[in-house]
Design a protein around this ligand. Structure first.
Ligand SMILES: Nc1ncnc2c1ncn2[C@@H]1O[C@H](COP(=O)(O)OP(=O)(O)O)[C@@H](O)[C@H]1O
Ligand SMILES: CC(=O)OP(=O)(O)O
Ligand SMILES: [Mg+2]
Length: 385
């Protein structure tokens, strides 16, 4: 049994797969740590049949994972290996691999580049090792899919030595895009020759340009801050704003980090929520404006990536917002009408897989993100070595 883990700041998604690439997980669910409370939900056979709650107390994450391992073992589903989504693999790690102490130290050094993700990803590795020391543990990287990008797409216009030190555009959400690259040819037979832009719109949001189903450019860069507007991250910003915040407003580095990662995006602009569902349900003008800005920025980024590709044949929506927010898809596509893109309104409202109108020059698809299954695919060749 292979346990797939995707650890975030306050939640940990898990799924348990048999050690062959099966269509559906044997069990999956979510562990959460919020307001001093721990909770867990486990689904088996599609039914959420196990709920757990406890006070946070000491070592909350270890207790959540302890509950999970205990529950799975009690159900005759003992965990034999674990694979983690690790957001940043830096320039060295461009493939799934088995974790050891040396690799973990290198990954820890990348924490400043992904402060919202990397520490939580690595904490889950350490806690599992404590609970089950012999467990083989693997990592799959969000940056790996983008390692195929040409140098032109990777460089900032900084002095040469900065690139050599690793200050370059990496790109993220690679597990989600790799899954899109796997699924799209099943939906669009000419996908291999197509110029594709995929939009991963979730709590974090980014866009990726693909040619030959490989990444050639992306909107996220050195960290998961650049590019699109997100739930609470600002996306693309004039770096002069950061100088202004420090030099004239006297903000220290911690305050600037908090501003960029946690107080901006949909949350900052709406003053209401980072959650797209809440904003779409609200009549407040600031909520509507936040949604409009989100869509405007996404459409502009699609235009930029179409230029990187030299054309656009296919647009893909994925991630929580991309999969479920029909009004957001409609607003983004409206702004791309000049490219010859037309949605089928009904298909969009019904969340169909194929979303474009018959007359559209550009095909549009909705693909459900499945980072967990992509991780199983990537780690499969390493399991029986
Ligand atoms: N039915 C829905 N309509 C609109 N937005 C939705 C819907 N379901 C989920 N979302 C949005 O998706 C976002 C979360 O995306 P998800 O990909 O699940 O996030 P994460 O990055 O945490 O994995 C939230 O903004 C949420 O409001
Ligand atoms: C890289 C990133 O932004 O991930 P998430 O969408 O899970 O926050
Ligand atoms: Mg996500």
């Amino acid at each position: 049994m292979l346990l797939v883990l995707n650890a975030g700041s306050s939640s940990l998604k898990f799924a348990l797969y048999p050690q062959q690439v099966a269509a559906a997980p044997l069990a999956d669910g979510l562990l959460e740590w919020r307001d001093g409370q721990l909770s867990g939900v486990l689904r088996q056979d599609g039914e959420a049949d196990c709920h757990w709650q406890d006070e946070a107390g000491a070592q909350p994450h270890a207790r959540m994972l302890g509950w999970l391992l205990h529950t799975l073992t009690a159900r005759q589903l003992p965990v034999q290996a674990a694979v983690h989504r690790v957001v940043h693999g830096g320039s060295h790690f461009t493939q799934a691999l088995r974790l050891d102490a040396r690799i973990l130290a290198e990954l820890e050094a990348l924490t400043p580049l992904a402060p919202l993700h990397q520490p939580h990803n690595l904490a889950a590795v350490a806690q599992l090792a404590q609970l089950q020391p012999d467990l083989p543990q693997f990592a799959c990287f969000d940056t790996a899919f983008h390692s195929s990008q040409p140098e032109l797409a990777q460089w900032f216009a900084l002095p040469r030595s900065w690139f050599e030190q690793g200050v370059r555009r990496y790109g993220f959400h690679g597990l989600s895009y790799a899954w899109v690259a796997h699924r799209l040819p099943e939906l669009h037979p000419q996908a291999g020759d197509a110029k594709v832009v995929a939009l991963h719109l979730g709590n974090g949001a980014s866009a990726c340009a693909m040619q030959g189903m490989r990444s050639v450019a992306s909107s996220m860069g050195f960290t998961a801050l650049d590019g699109l507007m997100m739930g609470s991250r600002c996306g693309q910003i004039d770096p002069g704003v950061l100088l202004y915040a420090q030099q004239h407003l006297g903000m220290d580095v911690g305050a600037v980090e908090k501003l960029l990662y946690r107080q901006s995006g949909l949350l900052g602009v709406s003053g209401l929520s980072s959650d797209m569902r809440t904003l779409l349900a609200s009549d407040a003008p600031a909520a509507r404006f936040a949604v409009e800005l989100f869509c405007y920025r996404a459409a502009c980024e699609v235009g930029a990536l179409a230029t990187a590709l030299g054309g656009l044949d296919v647009l893909v929506f994925t991630g929580g917002i991309g999969e479920h927010a029909a009004p957001v898809r409609a607003m983004i596509c409206e702004r791309l009408a000049w490219l010859g893109l037309a949605l089928d309104d009904r298909a969009n409202r019904d969340h169909a897989t194929r979303l474009h109108a018959t007359a559209s020059r550009i095909s549009v698809y909705r693909i459900e993100a499945d980072e967990a299954r992509q991780m199983v695919r990537e780690v499969q060749p390493l399991l029986n070595r």
